[in-house]
Design a protein around this ligand. Structure first.
Ligand code: BGC
Length: 415
């Protein structure tokens, strides 16, 4: 059992639910609150309604899910878990280890997950108890979103190296254009950093340093080189209002107030929901020097044991949400790609088709890697601590690389 599981297992999970949902309602805890995310949520709500399932959504503000995970833990501690919840990566197994999840094995059988899910989806959603979560979206994170009008005003091509990226961003800044729309929250700043680590050291180095948290790779010249680039970036970007959300940054990009945004394809979902033409007006390109890399996260759903949510109810809801047509429609609006092999992408946006091709290539070349920004790669407790340190370094220009390296190693050793 990993440290997170041990931590969670200390929580009392047996107390009686305090505000259990009405029998006919199922509660869903998630962090899909931007415009594009809400469009995807509408698909989910309507699909459940068609099957006579009333949804009581419990959105928790805060992209990346840090706040939602805190609420989930608090509710589990109070013995009042939601019926089902959005979740990512290794934390699925940690929640399963404390015996609070309904397994999904009969759903998996009915929907032939062993044959239809990508191996990656199979692996992420299984524990020793078989399938314990239902996979829903596969997001590509190493995207550079480009405002074509502003870029053409600068008379520059789309940058494919960080050197070129810095040159065009510096030029933009000199001409009074915001070079990069940045959400000022730890997980988003950590995302800038992970892109620089991949560009500097490649995927194998990134995996050793930021996924395996290997001290020798963290305390290395390669990581120092990535940090030097990161410092350069932090000096170039004006610290705008603290706590800016990622979708506020996307608004700036969409309304010609910013040249670039780096980030996951939930940005696509938001742009499309706002009526922006993608890829004409805002284009999607691999983040510099990561063309052949597929940096991903996957949203899954866990179904939680409680007096008000029996195994039969869980199976019923999960069966409805495992429907491939629903999964297609949800991903279409979410900006992501489906987690199964048998969904045609015919109506999907060209950026989603590009993501799918990058996924196939990334898997074939061993260059599909989990993002470090949320609980996809590292357990959430360690990850939040690392993100905070990276954020502190980014905001406080007087902090040194050596200090950050020491801090990350200390977190790695204590988890
Ligand atoms: C989730 C996405 C979500 C994004 C921004 C990520 O952690 O995987 O589904 O759109 O956060 O809220």
């Amino acid at each position: 059992m990993n440290k997170l599981a041990i931590y969670l297992s200390t929580l009392s999970l047996t107390a009686v639910g305090l505000t259990a949902p009405r029998a006919a309602e199922v509660e869903f805890l998630h962090w899909w609150t931007s415009k594009g995310e809400q469009h995807a949520m509408d698909v989910l709500t309507q699909h459940l309604e068609k099957h006579d399932i009333q949804l009581a959504p419990k959105p928790v503000l805060g992209g990346g899910g840090d706040s939602a995970m805190t609420v989930l833990q608090a509710r589990a501690l109070a013995g009042n878990p939601p019926s089902f919840a959005q979740i990512e990566g290794p934390s699925i197994r940690a929640w399963d280890a404390i015996g609070i999840l309904h397994d999904m094995n009969s759903v998996a059988k009915a929907h032939q997950w062993d044959a239809t899910l990508y191996p990656l989806s199979q692996q992420i959603n299984q524990s020793a108890n078989g399938y314990v979560a239902l996979p829903l979206t596969l997001h590509r994170l190493n995207w550079l979103w480009v405002n074509h009008q502003l870029l053409s005003e600068l008379n520059q091509p789309v940058p494919t190296t960080w050197q070129a990226m810095f040159t065009v961003m510096e030029q933009a800044k000199a001409q009074g254009i915001n070079p990069l729309a940045v959400g000022e929250q730890p997980w988003q700043i950590a995302q800038l950093f992970e892109n620089l680590v991949i560009a500097t050291g490649g995927v194998d180095f990134y995996t050793r340093a930021m996924v395996d948290l290997d001290p020798g790779s963290i305390d290395s010249d390669t990581l120092r080189a990535a940090l030097a680039q990161f410092r350069r970036l932090s000096l170039l970007i004006d610290n705008t209002l603290p706590n800016t959300r990622w979708d506020t940054a996307t608004k700036a990009l969409a309304s010609n107030q910013a040249l670039f945004q780096l980030g996951g394809d939930w940005i696509l979902g938001d742009l499309v929901a706002k009526g922006v033409e993608v890829p004409n007006q805002i284009g999607c390109y691999p983040a510099p020097e990561s063309d052949d890399v597929f940096l991903y996260n996957m949203d899954s759903l866990i179904f939680m044991v409680s007096k008000s949510f029996t195994k039969d109810q869980a199976n019923h809801v999960a069966n409805v949400l495992a429907d491939p047509e629903f999964q297609a429609q949800f991903n279409l609006r979410k900006g992501s790609i489906p987690v199964r092999t048998d969904i045609a992408l015919t109506d999907f946006n060209p950026c989603q088709i590009k993501a799918y091709q990058a996924f196939k290539k990334g898997v074939a070349q061993n260059k599909a890697v989990p993002s470090m920004i949320d609980s996809m790669a590292v357990n959430p407790v360690a990850q939040q601590a690392i993100n905070s340190e990276i954020f502190r370094f980014y905001r406080n220009k007087s902090l040194t690389e050596e200090r950050l390296i020491k801090r990350i190693i200390a977190i790695a050793e204590s988890h």
